[in-house]
Every structure is written in C-alpha cells, then in structure tokens.
Ligand binder design. Structure first.
Ligand code: NAD
Ligand code: MG
Length: 390
C-alpha cells in the first residue's frame, strides 16, 4: 500500500486528487488530508478515505472539524504548526495543492522525509526554486510537476536529453478577457474575472488566468524546474486549451501533449509515474474538435508576462517578491479595493522597490530569507495601495 497525503485536499486540485484515490482505496493508505474553512468536506473525505489525520489551517475551525469527525478514528488538528507536523508524517507520495506561498513549507517538510512531491502549488518554485530543488536532491526525493503545462513538458521530455531542447512553448487559454477590448479591462470585476472559458479551477488561479499572472508564475516555474534559459521559453495563446504545452527540439520537432482540459490527466500522471495507468478522463475526438488555433499574446493586454521576464532576469529572491505582491494585489482586487489593471502596477512597483533595497533580492536563498522577503513585500504592497487610496 502506498502512503499518500493531500495538502489542500478541499480545493479544486485536492478534490480531483481525492477522486482518483477514492477509485482505488485498497491501493492507498491515506496519511494526512488538509484543508481550510470547508471542514465539512474535509471531514467527509477523511472518513471516506480513512485518513490518519485531518488538518485545518485555521484554529477557529478545530471544534467544527472535531464534531464532524466524531465517532471516526480520524485525528483532528489545526493551525500552521499542526500542518507542518502532519507534513512530517512519513508518506510515499504527497500532493501539494495549497494555494499561495502557504504551500511552500509543508512541501519542503515532505521532501525532507524523502516523499515524492506532486507539485500543483507553483508558488513553491516561484518563491524558492533553488532551495526546493536542493532539498529534493539532498533527500533523494522526487519532485513531479502537476501544473498541466509542466506535466505536458515533463511527459514530452521522457527519454530525451535536455540539451537537445531548443525551446519550450507554454500554452495559455488567454483567460476570461482574451477577447475584450483593451479599454474595458480597467472596469473588469472580480466576478467577471472568475469565469474561466475552459478550466474549472479555484477562484484565485482563475483570476490569475484572466490577468495572465498565472502564466507569468508558470514562466518562472518552467525556468526553475527545467533549468532552461528565459529566452528559450515562449507563451502562445491557445483558446481551446487542448494542447497543454510543447517542447521544441534541435531537429525542429515539436512534441505536444494533447488532451481534454481535465486536471486528472496531470494529477494521475504524477500519481502513477513512472507508469501510465487508465484514467477516468475524456478521450478526445479530434474530428469533432476539428480545429486548434494559436496566436501570440498581446503585450499590452498581459503586462504580467513582461514582469515575469524581469523576475527571471533578476533571479535570487525576486520571485518571492513577485508572488507576495501578486497575492496581496489579488486579495485587494477580490475585495474590490483596486481595479483589474492595478494588480500589475502594484507588482511592478513592488519589484522596483525590492530592486532598490540593498541586499534584499540577492540574499542567500534560505527558508528564513524567503519568509522575510515574502513578509516585507506583502507589507510594501499594502503600503503602496494604502498610499494610492489615501
Ligand atoms: P483552491 O483555492 O481550490 O484550493 C486551495 C486549498 O488550499 C484548499 O484546500 C484550502 O483550504 C487550502 N488553503 C488555502 N489557504 C491556505 C493556507 N493559508 N494554509 C493552508 N491551506 C490553505 O485552489 P486550487 O485551484 O486547487 O489550486 C491549488 C494550487 O494548485 C495553486 O497553487 C494553483 O496555482 C495550483 N494549480 C491549480 C490548478 C487547478 O486546476 N485548480 C491547475 C494548476 C495549478
Ligand atoms: Mg497551468
């Protein structure tokens, strides 16, 4: 039996992971399931999968979690420290599907136990790529990409030599506003940005798709994970979201991963890797699909992409600043405090500020420094927005 844990089990990726594991209960021993406010879902899944422990990130939800687990053998715990302790329980395979920088530390703890870490939480590599890769190496742990683009690239690279790779092409749906006139973007509301044309995902990544901050994070994730240079990574808008990404080799060949927009492709590949197993996903009928279209992203529509390029050039802790400022700007947009286009200007200003702070971005990439930088960048992004509002 494989021991598995799911961090962020109640979210969109988490629920898809629960779905795959619940289809074959005799193959898995579930160690920890973690969630947030949705303790009803967390408790139901913990009972169904007979988890050892259910963790809620928020202490105020411990009582309801306990109540929902009464009469079962599942332990209930709460808070950030309990989350890290649950992450330290031995497991063979761990899904990292918490949203935001909060996913970094539990993932690092799992790698330190030597667990295979299936990484949906892209922020982990954006904030602390070198540290995470080094931790995996030191503990002989595998790190497997779950973002659909990175899973596609990873699969296209099986049996290949990375030195034969000329370029990597990340596909992007273009998000909710891909066809809006540019003049309307400033007025876009959180509800409008939360409608993804193709994928069903958590609200934060859906809004990040509309602004392309999601693709921006993925550019950095690609650089960190595959070790290619920034000018080898391209972004291509592909409205149908069926080609999940492509790898271009030195003989001119392009290898693409094509499939339905269903995250169980990437989650299942990481779950069964290095094997392939039957997955409950739609088999594409390409005659019915009939057409696939591609276009270059417009720079003016997606300023987040050039900010990501700036971050890749800068290196060091610039990714931690970028992500922290983006998370704060996204919170403010969701709360109706800033407009859609203000998100990229807040992030841009935060990057300029960080660049001018002596030693901030160039500090050694330790967990302490990542935490400190994350904290300072959040503070600065709040101050920027308060100044604007005032
Ligand atoms: P979601 O919002 O649906 O779920 C997030 C999960 O994290 C929930 O279980 C929530 O309770 C938990 N959580 C939130 N804040 C937390 C905190 N501070 N501490 C501990 N737990 C916390 O998000 P999602 O769409 O499933 O995305 C999860 C991660 O996977 C993100 O990093 C996202 O970018 C990435 N991802 C998602 C998709 C997708 O299809 N949804 C695709 C690719 C990558
Ligand atoms: Mg993706």
């Amino acid at each position: 039996m494989r021991r598995v844990s799911i961090f962020g089990a109640t979210g969109s990726i988490g629920q898809n992971t629960v779905d795959l594991i619940a289809r074959d209960p005799s193959a898995y021993e579930v160690v920890a399931l973690t969630g947030g406010h949705n303790v009803t879902q967390l408790a139901a899944d913990a009972r169904r999968l007979r988890a050892q422990v259910a963790v809620t990130a928020y202490p105020e939800t411990l009582q309801p979690l306990r109540a929902a687990l009464q009469g079962s053998d599942v332990e209930a715990v709460a808070g950030p420290q309990a989350l890290l302790e649950a992450a330290a329980r031995p497991a063979d395979w761990v899904m990292s599907a918490i949203v935001g920088a909060a996913g970094l530390e539990p993932g690092l703890v799992a790698l330190e136990q030597g667990a295979t870490l299936a990484l949906a939480n892209k922020e982990t590599l954006v904030c602390a790529g070198a540290l995470v890769l080094e931790t995996a190496r030191r503990h002989d742990a595998h790190l497997l990409p779950v973002d659909s683009e990175h899973s596609a690239i990873f699969q296209a690279l099986v049996g290949e030599d990375i030195s034969a790779v000329e370029r990597i092409i990340l596909t992007a749906s273009g998000g909710a506003f891909r066809d809006w006139p540019l003049e309307r973007l400033a007025q876009a509301t959180p509800a409008q940005a939360s409608q993804h044309p193709n994928w069903a995902m958590g609200q934060r990544i859906t809004i990040d798709s509309a602004s392309m901050f999601n693709k921006a994070l993925e550019l950095i994730e690609t650089r960190e994970y595959f070790g290619v240079s920034p000018d080898q990574i391209e972004v291509l808008v592909h409205p149908e979201s069926l080609v999940h990404s492509l790898v271009g080799f030195n003989d001119g060949a392009l290898m693409a991963h094509v499939g339905a927009p269903d995250m169980r492709h990437a989650i299942g590949y990481a779950l069964h890797w290095p094997d392939r197993r039957n997955l409950p996903v739609e088999r594409l009928d390409l005659a019915r699909v009939a057409q696939l279209s591609f276009r270059a992203p417009e720079e003016a529509r997606y300023p987040a992409l050039s900010l990501a390029r700036q971050v890749m050039e800068r290196g060091g802790l610039a990714g931690a600043v970028f992500n922290a400022a983006k998370e704060i700007a996204l919170d403010a947009f969701i709360a109706g405090q800033i407009g859609f286009l203000d998100m990229s200007s807040v992030v841009e200003e935060a990057l300029d500020w960080a660049d001018a702070c002596p030693g901030l971005i160039d500090a050694a990439m330790t967990l302490d420094n990542v935490r400190k930088t994350d904290h300072l960048a959040r503070q600065h992004a709040w101050d920027l927005m308060a100044k604007r509002a005032g």
